[in-house]
Structures are given as structure tokens and as C-alpha cells.
Design a protein around this ligand. Structure first.
Ligand SMILES: NC(=O)c1ccc[n+]([C@@H]2O[C@H](COP(=O)([O-])OP(=O)(O)OC[C@H]3O[C@@H](n4cnc5c(N)ncnc54)[C@H](OP(=O)(O)O)[C@@H]3O)[C@@H](O)[C@H]2O)c1
Length: 304
């Protein structure tokens, strides 16, 4: 089955795979890539004030022959201006009257959580965004927010991949309990940044079984965790590859557990770093013992 939609806690529906215009696209004209993504089948676009390319996302939307209701557009307040100014500027650049989802990009931009969220609630009430949510929020922040919120965030967009899954497990659980949909960004990190790591090895078995690519298995893993995928690409080949994940059979519980276990081993660079630390520590101890032995303060038979 191709990727479908998920129902948000406010009743709106959101496509479960999004094409992002952040990361490597910041400050760049993404018109052609967004047009290509829409042509490939993406109907959910993810942008932000901080990405400085909302105007080109708007240009791509105008170029499509699709009606507004066929696209789901997310943008974010990135703290560069007041919330109201930011949403109005985003709408002007996107050339839209309303976005589908408006997010607090990062808690670092919040001055007063209660007041800022009230401003978000007004944005929804005024019809500037159909849904409102947050990004990069931990459990403590979500709990604080829910104490005073009249409207629950519909979404929490977070960094999620197998190497940080263990530390996010409780957050995923909490969001599920609260009816907050988790969106996962940069989930391809094990492949793009740590290609030799244990997670990539754990992807090989399921990739063979399903005749799929490691990228597709990683995105299937995100799906298995109940999260919405936020990814991106500069090539039609990769866009098609991502979208084809919707047609793959589910991973088995054992395959998911094996990927979780590989992720729990930690980032490959940390593992290498740990090994180097241990090596240098041993080296320093041996040098110290040798020095003490040479000075005659201790007798180490090994050096005799
Ligand atoms: N809320 C936040 O704070 C936040 C933070 C970061 C990102 N985001 C959102 O998430 C979106 C996606 O972030 P991301 O780019 O980090 O996502 P990602 O899904 O982890 O990575 C996408 C990248 O993977 C590359 N890729 C695909 N297949 C590959 C392969 N087989 N080997 C090597 N590389 C491969 C793509 O390159 P090609 O161009 O070659 O296909 C693309 O640049 C952003 O655009 C943004 O919208 C949000």
C-alpha cells in the first residue's frame, strides 16, 4: 500500500512521508527539487523560517497543477522574528493563505512557553494554520506545555534514528499516550554519516529478504516506530526509492529488535573514540610504570 495519512489529534489528516527543504537546502532555491518531489508523489512539504527558501517552495507549489487541498504544507517559527510576524511572512513567501501545520522549530527560541504557545493557538484560531505543533521538544517541555495549553500540539518533530532510539523511547511512548504524532527527521543518519556502523550491518538481512535497499529498510524502521518520515533528496531516483517504502511488507519483530540492538551499541565514532581512549590510557600507565621503574622507585619485573 502506498504511504497514506495519519489523523492528528485535532481531526486533520497528515501524509506520513514529507519532503524537507532544510538540512543541505538551507538558503538555496529548491523550486526544481520540490517540483520533482511533488511529481514523484510527495504531497507533504516541510520547510521553516530558518531555511530561507519558503519563497521557492511557494514557487514550486504554484507550478504544480494541484489544488491546495492536495498538498500538506508545514512551516516553522524559528525565532528570527515575533511569532505573528513570522507566520505572516511565511504565508506571504509561500504565497498561501493558510499552512497545514505550524511548528515551534526549537525550544531554544522560546522566551515564555505559555505566552508563545498562546500565540500559536491564536494562529490556529485565526485560520493561518490548520494544525499547530512543536519540534525538538523533550518530555519535560511537553509536560510543561500541556499544563497550560488549551490546544494540544498535534505533532512533535524530532531527530530519530536507531542510534538515538533508546534515549527517545520514553518520549515516543509519552507522545503516543498524549495523541501527539511524532515526525522523524534525519533518520538516514546511520547511512549518510556512519556508513560503516553496526546499524548499516543490521539493515543487510532485511534488505536481502525484502529485495530492498538499506535506505528503504531504515525508513521502514521509522514506520515501524509509528513515526512520520521527514526526509529529502536531490535525485528523482532517491525520491522514488523513499516513496516505494510504502509498498514494502512490514519488518518482522526480530528485524526491528536487531536494528534497535545495533543502534544501542552507539555511534561508530564513539566506539572508535572509546577504543582510542582506552589505548592512550594504557599507553600512559605503561609509560608511568616504566619511568618509576627506571628511576628505581618501583621494580616492574616486565621491564627488568
Ligand atoms: N525540525 C528540525 O529541527 C529539523 C532538523 C533537521 C532536518 N529537518 C527536516 O528534515 C528534512 C530531512 O533532513 P535530512 O536531510 O537530515 O534527512 P535524511 O532523510 O536523514 O537524509 C536525506 C539525505 O540522505 C541522502 N541519501 C539518500 N540516499 C542515500 C544513500 N543511499 N547514500 C547516501 N546518502 C543518501 C540524500 O542525498 P541525495 O540528495 O543524494 O538523495 C539526502 O541528502 C530536512 O530537509 C528538514 O525539512 C528538521
Amino acid at each position: 500500500m502506498p504511504f497514506g495519512t495519519v489523523q492528528l489529534n485535532d481531526g486533520n489528516k497528515m501524509p506520513v512521508i514529507a519532503f524537507g527543504t532544510g538540512s543541505k537546502w538551507k538558503g538555496q532555491d529548491v523550486t526544481d527539487y520540490v517540483s520533482e518531489a511533488i511529481e514523484a508523489g510527495f504531497s507533504h512539504l516541510d520547510t521553516a523560517q530558518f531555511y530561507r527558501n519558503e519563497d521557492s517552495v511557494g514557487a514550486a507549489i504554484r507550478q504544480t497543477g494541484l489544488s491546495r487541498s492536495e498538498l500538506f504544507v508545514t512551516t516553522k517559527w524559528s525565532g528570527l522574528t515575533s511569532i505573528r510576524d513570522a507566520v505572516e511572512s511565511s504565508l506571504a513567501q509561500l504565497d498561501l493563505k493558510q499552512v497545514d501545520l505550524y511548528l515551534i522549530h526549537n525550544p531554544a527560541f522560546i522566551k515564555d512557553l505559555e505566552k508563545d504557545w498562546k500565540e500559536f493557538e491564536r494562529i490556529r484560531e485565526d485560520g493561518l494554520s490548520r494544525s499547530i505543533g512543536v519540534s525538538n521538544f523533550d518530555i519535560t517541555l511537553l509536560r510543561n506545555l500541556l499544563q497550560t495549553a488549551h490546544i494540544k500540539p498535534a505533532v512533535n518533530q524530532i531527530l530519530l534514528h536507531p542510534y538515538n532510539y533508546a534515549e527517545n523511547k520514553e518520549l515516543l511512548q509519552y507522545c503516543a499516550e498524549q495523541g501527539i504524532v511524532v515526525e522523524a527527521y534525519s533518520s538516514l543518519t546511520p547511512i549518510t554519516r556512519y556508513p560503516g556502523g553496526p546499524v548499516v550491518k543490521a539493515l543487510r538481512g532485511p534488505a536481502r529478504r525484502l529485495g530492498a535497499s538499506p535506505v528503504q529498510i531504515l525508513l521502514s524502521w521509522v514506520k515501524a516506530k509509528g513515526a512520520v518520515i521527514v526526509t529529502t533528496s536531490s535525485t528523482r531516483e532517491h525520491m522514488d526509492e523513499y516513496l516505494a517504502v510504502g509498498d514494502l511488507p512490514d519488518l518482522t519483530d526480530d528485524e526491528i529488535a536487531a536494528i534497535d540492538a545495533a543502534g544501542a551499541k552507539g555511534l561508530p565514532s564513539y566506539q572508535m573514540g572509546d577504543r582510542l581512549c582506552i589505548f592512550f590510557l594504557c599507553f600512559q600507565v605503561i609509560c608511568l610504570l616504566l619511568l618509576l621503574h627506571v628511576c628505581g622507585w618501583i621494580h616492574v619485573p616486565f621491564f627488568a
